[in-house]
Design a protein around this ligand. Structure first.
Ligand code: 16G
Ligand code: MG
Length: 564
């Protein structure tokens, strides 16, 4: 390691004094102007990680759904997964080392992690469309080159595409070709094969409006469009030609405000969806004939997908184990529907994709989605081999089902939740099942819910257990929540410190929107009082815009999955 060269180049990417950042759930994220040194250092760290794993490592420059002025960076591990937790700690130490200490901290990491410095290193880099991203990705490259790592700069990519590239490169191309063409060809071939099987190919299923959050998703969906235009016509809105990234649009906006994005003209019952700023999340929605907005979030996407997969497994008579992984934010109705109607086992993990991804790896088929629309399906190697074998051996209807499963495996991006890939899966299922967006939505009815934020002096005073569903500290808070929850029907509430903002998040659901709002407010007050709230105590929130028609419990469970 040439420490003199590192010191010299690092001075060109100097750390502002006193700035402390943490490698959080999705890497580092803050205002773009504070990130130059972090990028350079993550270039250095990616080289060490590559040497240690003897694999290609990815670096993605993006701040996902955050405002355009922000940016961020995360490292992608060899099989396309999120960085291992011990390396997250190294990343935090390296990013926060004061300028003069940085080379020593880098050396310490390489000793601690037993990195063979003689080993070659290869790093691939991708970035989103933010104005700051190009320059920041150049700083990553500076870090890579000063440690003599080799690199390939993919330039503009969605986050899941970068995960895909890393996965392809580390599996000798078995997963696919590590190029944009390779990605588009793999997904579009699977999509075309799947939709060919549809009995019903009416025009109703063939067009879709996509809000691209004025981000990278627009550019990459345009590239994909060329491959799928025979089967699906997509109309791109918020494609970045006019509006600002994530401003009043995108999956995060639609999910949190429960209303259509700006620039989306919706006719009644028209199927629409939104990507987030780096195209790793997707939510669907429509307006009914009365003009009410209906959101179809990650929970309902998981339900549609797991119903479809379960049906195909039944058809081929194979008992592969399928599990659905959610977080505490999953709507209670979705969990009940999956468990009680579909009889699929459901597991809950902590918030953050890496936790869900990890749990989903335990199953032959692991379906995971966060309510916010981030998710995918993982197939174990054994399940994939078995399905491929059945697609050759079985006959007639069973063979057709096995072939469909084979294509579904190819259509999912198994490295990371991917808005483009998920969109194609959903479109294929709706087409194959002959389902309208309203029929999909009617599988079950979401329980009214409310999310609030509370500002406290130190959010780390709140610690949780049971996948964030129970508070451990401060003392008395869980008891207070329990007492409040008892006052409402079909109610549930939890609080957790955010991993991305300096706040505590509160979630509540109940039998009516009014009750969900009131419970959320009461829980916020308990947090404020018992966990050191700062500023004004939370005020009762305004009632949610959408209209919830409250149905008896059994109707909230919905009906069974319509069969074709
Ligand atoms: C990050 C996570 C997302 C999670 C969110 C929670 C990834 C790629 N993204 O965006 O999965 O839902 O954080 O944010 O892991 P919060 O901790 O502020 O609620
Ligand atoms: Mg994102």
């Amino acid at each position: 390691m040439d420490l003199d060269a590192i010191t010299k180049y690092s001075a060109l990417h100097a750390k502002p004094d006193g700035l402390v950042l943490q490698y959080g759930t999705a890497g580092f994220r803050t205002k773009a102007e504070h990130l130059d040194h972090v990028m350079f250092r993550m270039g250095l760290l990616a080289v060490l990680r590559s040497k240690q794993t003897k694999s290609t490592i990815g670096v993605m420059v993006t701040a996902s759904h955050n405002p355009e002025e922000d940016n961020g960076v995360k490292l992608v591990d060899p099989l396309g997964e999120m960085l291992a937790p011990s390396w997250e700690e190294h990343a935090t130490c390296l990013a926060n080392a004061e300028e003069q200490d940085m080379p020593r901290v880098l050396m310490d990491i390489s000793v601690k992690a037993a990195v063979n410095l003689q080993q070659d290193a290869f790093v691939v880099i991708g970035r989103d469309t933010r104005p700051s991203s190009e320059k920041l990705s150049q700083s990553v490259i500076d870090g890579v080159t000063v440690l003599e790592g080799q690199f390939h700069d993919y330039g503009l990519l969605t986050t899941p595409q970068l995960h895909y590239m890393v996965y392809c490169r580390n599996t000798s191309g078995q997963y696919g070709k590590a190029t944009i063409e390779g990605y588009c060809q793999k997904l579009s071939k699977a999509f075309t094969e799947l939709t060919k099987q549809a009995f019903c190919s009416g025009d109703e299923y063939r067009s879709l409006k996509v809000d691209c959050a004025n981000g990278i998703g627009a550019l990459k969906l345009r590239e994909m469009e060329h491959y799928i235009s025979q089967e699906l016509s997509v109309q791109l809105l918020n494609d970045g030609t006019k509006g600002k990234l994530n401003h009043l649009c995108g999956a995060d906006f639609v999910k949190s405000h429960q209303k259509p994005p700006q620039g989306m003209e919706m006719k009644p019952n028209e199927r629409c969806c939104s990507f987030d700023g780096d195209a790793d999340r997707i939510v669907y929605y429509y307006l009914d004939v009365d003009g009410h907005f209906h959101l179809i979030d990650g929970d309902k996407i998981a339900t549609l997908i797991s119903s479809f997969l379960k049906e195909l497994l039944l058809e081929i008579g194979e008992s592969l184990n399928i599990g659905v992984v959610q977080t505490a934010y999953a709507n209670g109705s979705s969990t009940r529907y999956l468990e009680e109607v579909m009889k699929v086992p459901v597991y809950c993990t902590k918030t953050g994709v890496k936790h869900l991804h990890h749990k989903a790896q335990e199953f032959d088929i692991g379906v995971y989605f966060e309510a916010n629309g981030h998710g995918t399906v993982l197939f174990s190697k054994a399940a994939e081999i078995r399905i491929k074998q059945l697609a050759k051996e079985l006959e007639d209807k069973k063979r057709k089902a096995a072939k469909m499963l084979e294509n579904v495996i190819d259509l999912f991006n198994q490295a990371a939740g991917d808005a483009i890939s998920d969109m194609l899966v959903i479109e294929a299922i709706l087409t194959l099942k002959g389902l309208t967006v309203q029929q999909w939505d009617a599988l079950y009815m979401d329980l009214p819910n409310r999310q609030l934020k509370v500002k406290v002096a130190d959010r780390q005073v709140i610690s949780t257990t049971d996948a964030e569903r129970q508070v451990v500290t401060p003392p008395g808070l869980q008891e207070a929540i329990n007492d409040l929850v008892k006052k409402y029907k079909l109610s549930r509430a939890f609080v957790r410190p955010s991993g991305t903002e300096d706040i505590v998040r509160v979630y509540a659901e109940a039998d009516s929107q009014e009750n969900a709002d009131s419970l959320a407010h009461a829980v916020s007050l308990a947090v404020f009082q018992l966990a050191g709230g700062v500023g004004e105590p939370p005020q009762p929130g305004k009632i949610h815009e959408g209209c919830w028609k409250i149905k008896p419990y059994y109707q909230l469970l919905g009906t069974s999955f319509p069969s074709s």
